[in-house]
Write a new protein. Sequence first.
Lengths: 340, 412
Amino acid sequence: MSSGSNGARRITSLLRPSNLDSGVCRSCQGTLGRRNYASAATATAAEATTDASAFATTTSTPPFPYTINAGVVLSRPPQVTRDLEPFEKAYYFYQKRLNERLALPFTKYFYFKRGTPADEDWKKKIQERRTPARDIGKYNAYASDSWNDELLLGSKEAEPDHQVEMLVQDAESTANATSQDTSKKEEIPRPHSRVTEADKKGDHKSLNRMLSRTLYLLVQSKEGYWKFPSTPVETEETLRQAAERTLSQTAGVNMNTWMVGFHPAGHHVYTNRKPHVDKTSGVENLGEKTFFLKSRIMAGQADLSAKEDLKDFKWLSKEEIQSHVLPQYYSYIKNMLADR
Amino acid sequence: MEAALLITLRGASLRRSHRLICQVSVFGLHVTVPTGQTIFGRDGPVWMNFRVQQHFIIHKMAAREPSRYLTRAIPRAFAPSPRHQAFIGRRNVSDEAPTRRLSDELETASSLTSRVSENTAKSFDPVSRASARKSQLPRSRYQFRSPKYDRGPLHPHQPPAPSDPSSRLFVPGPFSLPRTEQTYNATVASDIMTLCYVHTPPGFKPPPKAPRLREWDDSSPYHKNRPLRGPRGGDVLRLLRKPIRFNNIPKIERITVHSYVKQAAQENSSWIHVAGIAIQAISNVRVETFKSKSSVATWSIAPGRDTVAVKAELRGETMHHFLGKLIDVVLPRMKDWQGIKGSSGDSSGNITFGLEPEHVALFPEIEVNYDMYPPKMIPGCHITLHTTAKADKDARLLLSAMGVPFHGKIVQ
């Protein structure tokens, strides 16, 4: 297509009266005004009557009475799986024992060559625990008392910690029994604790706390209110750019973050008790509206030293946020926070 | 206010932050309305059409709030709203439920928390008690046996549900809460919903689309009663991609592991047995075998003669564990593999890639007893990740969020 026709179309689109709604934001008006060829042909007749009045209203819009803020919900996703409920532990354990009873017998010869040290080790262990599974305790699924598959009160077998310990001990004893070098004891490292130093000390500033939960960055203003970092959107700036700027200005640049998309995930409206009137221009300000963009932290740590009007920061889970922020603020933000 | 309303408030108030619920009776028509909403009928506010006879009762839950907000809130509740609003009888999640609590619906007493005296707990030994019994009950008194054959719905001896352990169809499980499932639920799903959000401003009408199946133009009398024509440019009618919202976030539905072993036809059947065992070992699922459908003369394969392929279909917990192993153990250890090709996919949200035999051997289940597999007989396989996404773009977004790498030119 030649550029001439393109230019002509652009000019006609400028001349065409607007059918925009003054209640819709500027970027969305582009979406509303856009039409394709099919709809344009059908719509022209209907629009002709209404366009003139709509055009008149959009020419002079009063300034928006609220301050628009861009907020950042910076979060650290869960690092480990969650703790199981007591019911879940019991259920999974019972299903494992049921599976022992119903599954075909373990094909030992496929896994252990006859006469090898591994085979000897296997024979010894199966004598002890009566079952090939290493995490269901001592249980013989094929004996006459295999009906006794439920745990007694206070038994440890269903606890994940206990199961992990059993697996590690089993691996250690196998490694010791099958290794050539008998002088040295094989040590298999245990998994790290799910409760960290920061949890024990109650350090809310550490990113190593509450590994199984999503943590959110909250900052405390001079007045003592906790909230997500937010700043007013400047002119000629998109919400996403404003959110990125907010993050670097409030929490410093010493973080590796990823902004999730270009759209806000939640909002908060604060209306002043009485509208603040600007003395010089006479413009009324009714309050502020904050739009929150989601962001994830990959590495680094927040640093508030550059920002004077913020006192403190914390990494908090959803329940802790509820006890820190005002109830009205929480009612706005709670639905964009992850349950875990 | 357009009409006279007789309002009775019982020690209650409305506050801005709370969307309280009032019961409104209009001519005996009971509806639940959050405050701040205007009740609209089809042609305007309800009270313009009807004379409101009855009274408003603010629920008892509102009685907790102090009443100083009342004078401000009441006029707002009845102010005409600038936006057209439907007749609202729904409750939002953000509303506080009036009186229902979890304890009303769930039994609070749990067998896991109930207290038993220590002596009772210590002395309880089911095995010795059973062996001390002088006479055994007959089996039929304590063990239910599911009927072997289905004799129809009118037969008195009906089989139990398949979820019952006494059913012959019972399959135990699940045994764990997989890591990948938890990651998806806690992190990936909400991120995808945010990423795929498309904003449509109020008053937006999507431009009309051409019908997916085209009509015949009736230029010929033979067009009568013909089925509609397929889309232009090809016969394939692509899946309809709907906007991604909370209820259709793409998720991984199932994984298919498929292995085609041509030597099973050329040499002997041991190849298909080894392939079956290897695929079963890595997938934790019984494999199905397939005969060749097509003829490949160079491999001397004739249709329907030889069993040449095995397939395992993974769902649920097994699938999540397989995906976790693939992402965390196997794929990172594959040498000189950059990722799934960006052009992979069937354009309806299913991504396929292949693993060489040496890559299949990296699965921990095969590694533990690698020596027991006959040398060089471990098969390669094709893995298809079926997602509920309607387009490959969404499927790749989901999979890369789960940790599956992609490389090369991404073809949408």
